[in-house]
Design a protein around this ligand. Structure first.
Ligand code: FAD
Length: 491
C-alpha cells in the first residue's frame, strides 16, 4: 500500500515538489521561499548537495566536488548573499595556471579565451604548441571566412581555423576542465557561445577571441569583480545545507522519486522503495535531477515522451577527485601558481591538478605545513581508469604529480571521491536538444526542469536555470489562482 506524504504548508496553499536536492533544486526551493507556496524537496540520496560536497583532508574542509565559483556572473554570489553567507566568500591567492605538456609545466598564454589564442606571439612564448602547430595557427589570419554550417564540434570549428595542435594542447584541456569531455564531440555553439557569436561576426578565430578579452595592457572593465573566481571558506559544499535551512521548505533525503503521474488536480510523485512507497500530491513539480533520471520520470507521463527522448541523448562523463596532502618538505620547489591542466593527447592519468593551498590561502591556516593538492581523473570514454580501486587511483595521481613537479614521498592524507555520471556533455546539437526538451516540458502543466543538463554546467548557470523553473511554476500557479488571490512576488 502507498502511504500518503502529509502536505506541507497550510490547507489550500499550492504545493510545489522539487525533485533533486543538488544546488539547482535547493536554489529553486530557496527562490520560492516568499512566494506563498509550500515546497517539498525530495532528494534520493542520503546527502543533500549533489555535486557540491566537502570532506576533511589534512585537517582542512576541502571541496570534493565543485570548488570555484565564477564571480563574473551574478547568480552564484547573489544567491550566497541572499542566504547570508557572503561573509564567508574568499578570493583566490593566485589564478595563474599552467599546462603540463611537451615535457614541462608551461604557463597558459595570458591572452586566450578558453584556450583559443588571441595573440600568437604570446602563444609562441609559452612553448605549448610546436613550431609547426604555431605555423598552422597563423593560417587563421589569412584563410577565407568559414562557411556557415550549423552547429559543429569544437575540433571542427576551432581546429578548422587554427589546426588540431591548438585544440589538443590548449582548448581541450581547458574545456576538459569544465566538461571532462572531448572536443571532437562537444558543441562549439553550446560550450563556447560567446566565442561562437564573436566568430560569426569576424573572419579570424584569433580576432574573435581577442574581441572577448579586455584590451592588452588596458585597465580592467569598470564594475567587473577583481577576481574571476571565488569560493566559500567553509567550502562550496557548505552552501546546500544553508539553502535548505533558509528556504523554509520541507527537505527530505533518502527520498528517491520513482514515478510521476498526472492526477485530476495536478501531479502525484511516488517516493521511496518499491515495498514501502509513499505518495506526494503536488500542484507543480520542478525536476532538478540529471538528464537520465529526469527522462525516466517524464517518460511515464503522457505527453512527456518528446522531452524524455531528447533527455536520453545527453551523455555524461564520470570522474574522480583525488585529494592529497603533502608535507611542504616533499616539494623541492614549492608548487607555483594555482595548478595545471593536462592534454588528453599526453595520455596521463590526471587531467587537472589544483594546488588548493596556493589557490585558496585560507586552507593554509587549517593545514599548516601542508600542501593540499587536488587531482582530477577521468574524461568521457575513460571509464577503465575509474574501475581501479581508491589506492590505485591515488597512486596513479601521485605518480603523475611526481613526474610533473618532482614531489617525493607518500602523502600524509588522501581522499578519493568518485563522481559517476558527474558532468553532462554538451555534444553537437545540444542547443536544439534543450529547445526540444523545454518545448516538450511546456506541454505538461505545472512542470519545469532545471539543472546542469541544460544551459550551463557551472553553478551560476544552474542557479539561473533554477530561477527560470521557479518563475515558470509560479506563472502556472498564477493562472490557477482564484481571481484576486495573486501570489507574492519572488525576491
Ligand atoms: C568533480 C566536479 C567538479 C566541478 N567543479 C565545478 C566548479 O569548480 N565550479 C562550478 O561552477 N561547477 C563545477 N562543477 C559542476 C557543478 O558542480 C554541477 O554542474 C552542479 O553542482 C550540478 O547541480 P545540479 O543540482 O544541477 O545537479 P546535481 O548536483 O547532480 O544534483 C541532482 C540531485 O538529484 C538527486 N536525484 C537524482 N535522481 C533523483 C530522483 N529520482 N529522486 C530524487 N533525487 C534524485 C541526486 O542524488 C542529486 O543530489 C563540477 C562538477 C563536478 C562533478
Amino acid at each position: 500500500m502507498t502511504a500518503q506524504v502529509p502536505a506541507a504548508g497550510t490547507p489550500g496553499q499550492p504545493v510545489v515538489a522539487v525533485v533533486g536536492g543538488g544546488v539547482s533544486g535547493l536554489a529553486a526551493a530557496f527562490l520560492l521561499r516568499d512566494a506563498g507556496v509550500a515546497v517539498t524537496v525530495l532528494e534520493g540520496s542520503p546527502r543533500l548537495g549533489g555535486k557540491l560536497a566537502v570532506s576533511e583532508v589534512g585537517g582542512s574542509q576541502v571541496d570534493a566536488g565543485a570548488e570555484a565559483l565564477l564571480a563574473r556572473r551574478p547568480e552564484g554570489t547573489g544567491l550566497i548573499d541572499a542566504v547570508g553567507l557572503s561573509g564567508g566568500l574568499v578570493r583566490p591567492g593566485t589564478t595563474s595556471a599552467g599546462i603540463w605538456t611537451r615535457g614541462q609545466i608551461r604557463p597558459l598564454p595570458r591572452r586566450q579565451f578558453m584556450g583559443v589564442p588571441a595573440d600568437l606571439e604570446d602563444l609562441a612564448a609559452t612553448g605549448i604548441v610546436s613550431v609547426e602547430g604555431l605555423a598552422r595557427a597563423t593560417e587563421d589570419l589569412t584563410q577565407p571566412a568559414a562557411a556557415a554550417a550549423g552547429d559543429q564540434s569544437v575540433t571542427s570549428r576551432v581546429g578548422g581555423r587554427l589546426g588540431l595542435e591548438v585544440v589538443d594542447r590548449l582548448v581541450e584541456p581547458l574545456l576538459g576542465g569544465v566538461y571532462a569531455g572531448r572536443c571532437e564531440d562537444l558543441s562549439f555553439e553550446a560550450t563556447l557561445p560567446a566565442l561562437a557569436q564573436a566568430a560569426r561576426e569576424r573572419k579570424s578565430m584569433i580576432a574573435a577571441a581577442a574581441a572577448l578579452l579586455p584590451p592588452a595592457g588596458g585597465a580592467p572593465t569598470p564594475g567587473a569583480p577583481a577576481a574571476v573566481f571565488t569560493t566559500l571558506a567553509a567550502g562550496l559544499g557548505s552552501l546546500p545545507a544553508a539553502l535548505a535551512a533558509r528556504s523554509g521548505a520541507t527537505v527530505r533525503t533518502s527520498a528517491m522519486v520513482r514515478e510521476l503521474a498526472r492526477t485530476p488536480a495536478g501531479w502525484r510523485l511516488t517516493v521511496g522503495s518499491a515495498h514501502a512507497p509513499e505518495a506526494l500530491d503536488a500542484d507543480a513539480v520542478i525536476i532538478a535531477v540529471p538528464a537520465r533520471p529526469a527522462g525516466r520520470l517524464l517518460a511515464q507521463v503522457s505527453g512527456g515522451n518528446v522531452a524524455a527522448t531528447a533527455l536520453a541523448e545527453i551523455k555524461y562523463a564520470s570522474m574522480a577527485i583525488v585529494t592529497l596532502a603533502y608535507p611542504e618538505s616533499a616539494f623541492t620547489q614549492p608548487p607555483a601558481g594555482s595548478g595545471f591542466l593536462v592534454p588528453a593527447v599526453d595520455r596521463r592519468a590526471v587531467k587537472a591538478v589544483t594546488y588548493s593551498t596556493n589557490k585558496w590561502p585560507h586552507l593554509r591556516q587549517s593545514s599548516p605545513g601542508l600542501h593540499i593538492v587536488r587531482c582530477s581523473v577521468g574524461r568521457l570514454g575513460e571509464d577503465a581508469i575509474l574501475q581501479r580501486d581508491d589506492g590505485e587511483l591515488a597512486a596513479l595521481a601521485a605518480a603523475d604529480l611526481g613526474a610533473a613537479t618532482g614531489v617525493r614521498g607518500a602523502p600524509v592524507d588522501v581522499r578519493v571521491t568518485r563522481w559517476g555520471g558527474g558532468l553532462p556533455q554538451y555534444s553537437v546539437g545540444h542547443l536544439d536538444r534543450v529547445a526540444t526538451i523545454r518545448a516538450g516540458v511546456s506541454l505538461l502543466p505545472g512542470v519545469a526542469v532545471c539543472g546542469a543538463a541544460y544551459d550551463g554546467v557551472g553553478i551560476p548557470a544552474c542557479i539561473a536555470s533554477a530561477r527560470l523553473a521557479a518563475d515558470q511554476v509560479l506563472a502556472y500557479l498564477e493562472t490557477r489562482a482564484p481571481a484576486g488571490a495573486g501570489r507574492r512576488e519572488m525576491r
